[in-house]
Design a protein around this ligand. Structure first.
Ligand code: GLV
Length: 326
């Protein structure tokens, strides 16, 4: 078996692969471009990819030996699943293992923006801390505020559990209402417009799909409260960046915390970064030692299971596996 891995990942995954297969790893800190990836993965049976790699019909046609694409991520908008299925290629992901760590980061961003942590630390570092300032660095309370969760999936629910500890009132919107979760988590359903109008904090937890691309634009941002804070730890293109910039510049909302952006990475001279109440982290929501190790391990288990003819723990198109064994 030959497996190509598109970046150095934790040993928890690489060791598993190396015990079972010949493994080639892209060694650079930046992702391979298409030609480099094709060269790396020439003759490979399996690909272990990251969200930075676009996997589509063209790539698969250039790598006809590949039987499985195992994405080390819960999101899979970088993969054309239909093109994979059409070619009998299994697509696997790493859900669940990153839920709590991602929710931790969403909450960290929410608190950091509201309490102006980075902005005030910048002042301390620049020698600007002169005294206790009764009017300095004021921001909205987190405890007792209203949080609107857009997408009450695994990560949205984990954010709701954290918010309960802060005595927040929690609203949610979702494709369908979730009466059981409403009772269990103490959350109330609103449609998107209602949620945006009532929430002090709005946190996005939907996958990027054609239906959610550009979900938060000018009209939605204008519905938000002038004191509100928007948090995005899902995918950048869910929010329209130009509209967000306008919202911040015009004071339609109070602050923004982004772990994902569009474009991604956001160039250092992007006008959004000039605003003190915009806090951006470089897509690090799952970046704890433990979670990245679990993601690598699960991604490795997925690829090995498919190549061994076993059922992989997390597969998006299991019909491909049935087809193989038929
Ligand atoms: C990260 O963004 C992931 O989808 O796992």
């Amino acid at each position: 078996m030959r497996i190509a891995v598109t970046r150095v990942i934790p040993d928890a995954g690489l060791d598993l692969l190396r015990d079972a297969a010949e493994v080639v790893v892209w060694p650079e800190p930046l992702p391979p471009d298409r030609d480099q990836l094709v060269q790396l993965a020439e003759g490979a049976d399996g690909l272990l990819t990251l969200l930075t790699e676009r996997v589509d019909g063209d790539l698969l046609d250039r790598l006809p030996t590949v039987k499985v694409v195992s994405n080390m991520a819960v999101g899979y908008d970088n993969i054309d699943v239909e093109a994979c299925t059409a070619r009998g290629v299994a697509v696997c992901t790493t859900p669940d293992v990153l839920t709590e760590t991602t929710a931790d980061l969403a909450f960290a961003l929410l608190m950091a923006v509201a309490r102006r942590l980075v902005e005030s630390y910048d002042v301390v570092r620049a020698g600007g801390w002169r005294t206790w300032e009764p009017m300095g660095f004021l921001g909205p309370d987190v405890h007792g505020a209203t949080l609107g969760i857009v997408g009450l999936g695994r990560i949205g629910q984990a954010v709701a559990r954290r918010a309960r500890g802060f005595a927040m009132r929690i609203l949610y919107t979702n494709r369908q209402r979730e009466p059981d979760l409403e009772a269990k988590l103490g959350v109330e359903w609103r449609d998107l417009d209602g949620l945006l109008a009532e929430s002090d904090f709005v946190s996005l937890h939907v996958p990027l799909t054609p239906a959610t691309r550009g979900l938060i634009g000018r009209e939605q941002l204008r519905r938000m409260r002038p004191g509100a804070i928007l948090i995005n730890t899902a995918r950048g293109p869910i929010v329209q960046t130009d509209a967000l910039l306008e919202a911040v510049e015009q004071g339609w909302i109070w602050g923004v915390g982004l772990d994902v952006t569009d474009p991604e990475p956001l160039p250092a001279d992007h006008p959004l970064l000039r605003h003190p109440r915009v806090l951006v982290t470089p897509h690090i929501a799952s970046a704890s030692y433990q979670t990245r190790a679990r993601m690598a391990e699960l991604a490795a288990q997925n690829v090995l299971a498919v190549l061994r003819g076993e059922t992989p723990p997390r597969c998006l198109n299991p019909e491909v596996l049935t087809r193989d064994s038929a």
